[in-house]
Design a binder for this molecule. Structure first.
Ligand SMILES: Nc1nc2c(ncn2[C@@H]2O[C@H](COP(=O)(O)OP(=O)(O)OP(=O)(O)O)[C@@H](O)[C@H]2O)c(=O)[nH]1
Ligand SMILES: [Mg+2]
Ligand SMILES: [Zn+2]
Ligand SMILES: [Zn+2]
Length: 865
C-alpha cells in the first residue's frame, strides 16, 4: 500500500529529495485512504521515475570508471545497478550479543526458523528472503557457487556450536521462505551479536553494515543501552539514516518500570547519539512468538510487537523505496567522488605540463622507481607472512600429529587383526592403504578447520603493508600532479580496502609406502605379526611427517598464488596510472581516459547526486583562503605569474607566453565558477557585465558543471529578457542592436585578465633577454607565437635584440615548414619509420606559432580527439 507521493520534477533528473521529503511526512501522518488506487499508481510512477534517473546516473558513472580502466569501481557500480533493478532492500537486525535479535525475527515471522539460545548463538550472516519453497543456500568465502541444503540444517552453519567463530568460512547463508513479510525484494538479515567474547562475530557484523539499507537495533530490558551500545549505534548512524530501536525482553520488567525505561532510553538517544528522530519500541519477542503460535490475540498485543510490525510494514510499503534510492545515491556519490578526485589529479597534471617541459621522462622514471619499490616491499611482505604461517602451522600440526598417532595405531591394529590369513606383504599393503585413508580424511577435516584462522593471521600480518602498497601508487600521482595539497571537500572517500586474500589450493595425496625386509615378505602374517607391526608403527612417524610437509607446501603455494595476484593487481594499477600520467604530462591527447570531459561529466554527476540527496554542491576545486562571506579574495594574476621560471618555460615546444596564460585562465575559471554558482553578488556583477565574451563563456562552461551554470546564468538571461522587452517599443526605422547584451572582448573580464597577464609575462621576457643566459635560452627555444612576438617587439627599444628575435622567428618558421614537408614526403613514400620527433609535431608547432596555443583559442572541455 503506497501513500501518495509527489510527481517527480519534469526533466531528466527527478529530484529525489522531494521524494524523500514527501515520504517522511507521510510517515508522520499517513494520508487518508480514500483514493487509494490512484495514489498508489502515482506513487509507483514517481518512484520508478526517480529510480530510472538514478540508474542512468550510476550507468554514466560506470561508463566513466570503465573508460578510465578502474575495474573495481565499475564492478561496484554494477552491483548498485543490480540492486536497483532487483529492487533489493536490505533490512538487518543488529545489536549486542544476546539481546534477542534472532528471537525478534522469529517473532516477526511467526515461526521458529532462526536458532536462539542462552550462549552467544548467531555466528554468520543469515539472510531471510522470499522464495516459492523453503530452501537453504550456503555461500562460502572461497567457493564460487553456493551449496544447497535443507532448512533444518541451518544451525550447522550459523551457530556458535555448529560453526564456532565462523570457522567454516561462510560468507552468508540464505534462507528462502514463502513468507508474505519477505515479498517485494526484502532481505531480512540476522547478524551475529557484537561485543561478545567471539571477536570474529563483531567483525562479521561490522563488515556487513555498509551493505544495509536500514537496520533494527535491538537492546534489552535487563541491560538497557549500555555505553558499548551507544558507541555501536553511533557507528551505525555513520552508514545509515534509518534505524528502528527495539527494547526487547520487556516481559522481565514490571509494567510501571517499562514506562520509566522508555523515557530513559529516549532521553539517552537524544543526548548521546544525536538521534532524537529514532522511535523506541518496547517488545517481548518471547511472548509475541508464543502468542502467535497459540493464536492468542490478547497476548500478542500485550507483547508490544504489533506496534513495531505496523511501523515496519508502513516503512516497507512506502518509505523504504525512498530510503533505498537515498542509500544507493549515497553509495554512488562516494564512488563518484573517488573517481573525480583521480580525474582531477590528471587534469591538473596536464595543465601543469603546459608550463613545464614535457615531464614524460620524469614521470616514467618516478614510476620505474615505484615499481622497484613494489618488488622489494612485496618480497618483504611475502617473507614476513610466510615466517608467521610456518611457525603457526608447525605448532598446530604438532598438536594434531600427537593426537592423531594413537588413532592411526588403532587403525593399523584393526587392519592387521583382520588379515591373519594373508601373506605379510599383502597385509602390509592393505594396512598401509587403510592408515593412509584414515589420515587423509583426518587431515582434510583438520585443514578445513585451520583455514579461517590462518586467513586471520595472514590478514593481520599483511593488512597494513598491502594497504600501504596500494596507497603509494595513488600518492605518487598526487605528488606528480601536485594535488597532494588539494583539499577534496566532497565526501571523505574511504581508502579502497585491500587485503592479501588467499584461496587455498587443494591438499595433494598423502604418500606412505612402508617396506618390509625381503625375508619377511613371503611369510604368512601370523608367523611374523609382531615384527610387521613393529615395522609399521616405526614408520608411522614418517607418514605423519609426509602429511605435515604436504600441508606446509600447500600453504606456501597458496600464499604464492595470493602474492602473485597482489603483484598483478598492483602492476595493472600502476600501468594504468602511469599511462594516464604520462599522457597527461606530455600535454594532451590521452590514450584511454583521463580526458577533460570525464571530469566535467563527473562533476555534473556528483552535483546531481548531491542535489538529489538534498545537499549543497561543494567547491569544485581548491579554493585556497576563501573568505567566509563568500565574496572571494581573488589573488592578483600577476602574483600567480611570479613563480614563472622563464628558463624552464622557454624549453617547451609551444609558446611560453601562451602556456602561462593558459594556466592563468584555468586558475581563474576554477575559482570563478565556484564564486558564480554560490555568490549572489558575483551573479549580479556577471549579469551587469553581460557575462564573458563568446570564447571565454564557452571555456568557462567547459570547466563548470551544469548545476553551477544553472545557478550562475539565470540573472544574466533575465536581464537580457528585460532589454529585449524594452526594444519592443522601437519604431521600424530605429536600429535594433543587441550590442549591449553581448560582452565585447574589451569588457570581458577574462580578456582583461589575460591582457594584463600577457603584459606581465612579456615584460619579464623582455628583461630576461637583456641577459646573456636569457638570449641563449631563447636561441635554443621555439620562440614565441607571432601574436606574442609582436607584443614583445613592441616593448623593445634595442634594435639589436629586435633583429635577433626576428631572425630567430624567421628561421624557426622556415624549419617548421621544412619539417612538415619532409614528414609528408616520408609518409607518401611509406617511410614512416624514418619520421623524427621534430617532423612529427611540426604541424602542431606551426599552428601554435602562427595562431597561438589551442587552449587560448577554442572552448575547453570539448572532445580532444
Ligand atoms: N525473557 C525473555 N527472554 C528472551 C526474549 N527474547 C529472547 N530471549 C532470550 O534471550 C536469549 C538470547 O536470545 P537470542 O535470540 O538467541 O539472542 P541473539 O541476540 O540472537 O543472540 P546472538 O545471536 O548470540 O547475538 C535466549 O535465551 C532467548 O530465549 C524475550 O522477549 N523475553
Ligand atoms: Mg542470534
Ligand atoms: Zn603565444
Ligand atoms: Zn574574453
Amino acid at each position: 500500500m503506497f501513500c501518495s507521493l509527489p510527481k517527480p520534477a519534469a526533466g531528466d533528473h527527478a529530484d529525489l529529495s522531494a521524494l524523500f521529503g514527501a515520504v517522511a511526512t507521510t510517515m508522520e501522518a499517513p494520508s487518508p485512504t480514500n483514493s487509494l488506487a490512484s495514489a498508489d499508481s502515482e506513487a509507483l510512477r514517481a518512484y520508478s521515475h526517480a529510480k530510472q534517473s538514478l540508474a542512468r546516473q550510476v550507468q554514466t558513472l560506470q561508463d566513466v570508471c570503465r573508460r578510465s580502466g578502474n575495474e573495481v569501481r565499475s564492478a561496484a557500480c554494477r552491483e548498485l545497478l543490480a540492486k536497483l533493478a532487483e529492487d533489493r532492500f536490505t533490512l538487518a537486525v543488529v545489536g549486542q550479543f544476546k539481546r534477542g535479535k534472532s528471537s525478534l525475527m522469529n517473532a516477526l515471522l511467526g515461526c521458529e526458523v532462526l536458532p536462539i539460545g542462552v550462549l552467544p548463538v548467531t555466528s554468520a550472516i543469515t539472510v531471510l528472503r522470499f522464495g516459492p519453497t523453503e530452501r537453504l543456500l550456503v555461500t562460502r568465502k572461497a567457493a564460487q557457487f553456493p551449496e544447497e541444503a535443507s532448512v533444518s540444517r541451518l544451525s550447522e552453519y550459523v551457530t556458535e556450536t555448529g560453526n564456532p567463530g565462523n570457522r567454516k568460512g561462510i560468507s552468508a547463508v540464505y534462507v528462502e521462505l514463502p513468507h508474505p513479510f519477505l515479498r517485494r525484494g526484502l532481505e531480512f538479515v540476522d547478524t551475529p551479536g557484537v561485543g561478545s567474547a567471539v571477536e570474529a562475530n563483531t567483525a562479521t557484523t561490522y563488515e556487513f553494515l555498509p551493505k544495509c539499507d536500514a537496520v533494527v537495533f535491538v537492546t534489552s530490558g535487563e541491560t538497557p543501552f549500555t555505553s558499548a551500545e551507544k558507541e555501536f549505534l553511533r557507528d551505525i548512524r555513520e552508514h545509515l539514516r534509518k534505524v528502528f530501536v527495539v527494547v526487547n525482553k520487556v516481559d522481565l520488567l514490571a509494567p510501571e518500570d517499562r514506562e520509566q525505561l522508555l523515557r530513559y532510553l529516549e532521553a539517552s538517544l537524544r543526548e548521546h547519539v544525536d538521534a532524537a528522530d529514532l522511535k523506541c519500541f518496547p517488545v517481548s519477542s518471547r511472548q509475541a512468538l508464543e502468542a502467535k503460535l497459540s493464536g492468542n490475540g490478547a497476548g500478542l498485543s500485550a507483547s508490544g510487537l504489533p506496534a513495531l510490525e505496523e511501523a515496519l510494514g508502513r516503512f516497507l510499503a512506502t518509505e523504504r523505496q525512498a530510503v533505498l534510492l537515498e542509500a544507493i545515491a549515497d553509495k554512488a556519490l562516494r564512488l563518484c567522488s573517488e573517481e573525480l578526485r583521480e580525474a582531477r589529479a590528471f587534469r591538473h597534471l596536464r595543465v601543469q605540463a603546459g608550463a613545464h617541459p614535457p615531464g614524460d621522462a620524469e614521470v616514467a622514471s618516478q614510476f620505474a622507481a615505484l615499481r622497484q619499490q613494489h618488488v622489494a616491499r612485496v618480497k618483504e611482505l611475502e617473507q614476513q607472512v610466510q615466517r608467521q604461517l610456518r611457525a603457526e602451522i608447525a605448532t598446530r600440526w604438532e598438536a594434531f600429529a600427537s593426537a592423531e598417532t594413537p588413532a592411526l595405531e588403532r587403525e593399523l591394529e584393526a587392519e592387521l587383526a583382520e588379515r591373519t590369513k594373508d601373506q605379510a606383504v599383502t597385509a602390509l599393503h592393505w594396512t598401509a592403504l587403510r592408515v593412509r585413508n584414515r589420515l587423509k580424511e583426518d587431515v582434510q577435516r583438520w585443514w578445513a578447520a585451520q583455514q579461517a584462522e590462518l586467513e586471520q593471521t595472514i590478514a593481520e600480518v599483511g593488512a597494513a603493508s598491502v594497504q600501504a602498497l596500494w596507497q603509494e601508487t595513488a600518492a605518487l600521482v598526487d605528488r606528480l600532479s601536485e594535488t597532494a595539497t588539494v583539499e577534496e571537500p566532497v565526501v571523505e572517500s574511504p581508502a579502497e580496502r585491500r587485503t592479501l586474500g588467499v584461496s587455498w589450493l587443494p591438499l595433494g595425496r598423502v604418500r606412505w609406502d612402508p617396506e618390509l625386509p625381503t625375508g619377511l615378505k613371503p611369510l604368512p602374517l601370523r608367523l611374523c605379526r609382531k615384527k610387521v607391526r613393529e615395522r609399521l608403527v616405526g614408520q608411522l612417524a614418517g607418514c605423519l611427517d609426509n602429511a605435515g610437509h604436504l600441508v606446509q607446501t600447500t600453504c606456501e603455494r597458496s600464499l604464492e598464488h595470493a602474492v602473485h595476484a597482489l603483484k598483478t593487481g598492483l602492476g595493472d594499477r600502476t600501468d594504468r596510472l602511469e599511462n594516464r600520467a604520462r599522457a597527461a604530462a606530455s600535454g594532451g591527447k590521452t590514450a584511454g581516459g583521463g580526458r577533460d570531459e570525464s571530469q566535467a561529466e563527473l562533476t555534473a554527476l556528483r552535483d546531481q547526486l548531491l542535489q538529489s540527496l538534498g545537499r549543497a554542491a561543494p567547491a569544485d576545486t581548491p579554493a585556497p583562503a576563501r573568505s567566509a562571506d563568500g565574496s572571494g579574495s581573488r589573488p592578483e594574476p600577476v602574483q600567480s605569474l611570479e613563480a614563472l621560471d622563464l628558463q624552464r618555460a622557454l624549453s617547451t615546444r609551444g609558446c611560453p607566453v601562451c602556456d602561462a596564460l593558459e594556466k592563468v585562465a584555468f586558475d581563474f575559471y576554477t575559482r570563478f565558477q565556484y564564486e558564480l554558482s554560490t555568490s549572489a553578488d558575483a551573479q549580479r556583477a556577471f549579469a551587469d557585465e553581460a557575462g564573458l565574451c563568446a570564447l571565454h563563456a564557452w571555456q568557462l562552461a567547459g570547466v563548470s558543471s551544469p548545476q553551477g551554470m544553472s545557478r550562475g546564468y539565470p540573472l544574466w538571461a533575465e536581464r537580457a529578457a528585460e532589454v529585449v522587452t524594452k526594444l519592443r517599443g522601437r519604431e521600424p526605422g530605429e536600429s535594433l542592436s543587441f550590442a549591449q547584451l553581448a560582452c565585447s572582448t574589451e569588457k570581458c573580464r577574462v580578456c582583461e585578465l589575460l591582457r594584463e597577464s600577457a603584459a606581465t609575462v612579456l615584460a619579464r621576457v623582455a628583461e630576461f633577454l637583456q641577459s646573456a643566459e636569457g638570449r641563449e635560452a631563447y636561441e635554443r627555444s621555439q620562440g614565441l607565437c607571432l601574436r606574442h612576438l609582436e607584443g614583445l617587439l613592441g616593448r623593445l627599444a634595442d634594435g639589436d635584440c629586435r633583429g635577433f628575435l626576428l631572425s630567430h622567428a624567421a628561421r624557426r618558421l622556415a624549419e617548421t615548414a621544412e619539417d612538415m614537408r619532409s614528414y609528408a614526403l616520408k609518409h607518401d613514400a611509406i617511410r614512416r619509420a624514418l619520421v623524427n620527433r621534430d617532423e612529427r609535431d611540426a604541424y602542431l608547432r606551426a599552428l601554435v606559432h602562427l595562431v597561438g596555443a589551442r587552449n587560448l583559442c577554442v572552448p575547453w572541455g570539448e572532445q580532444e580527439e
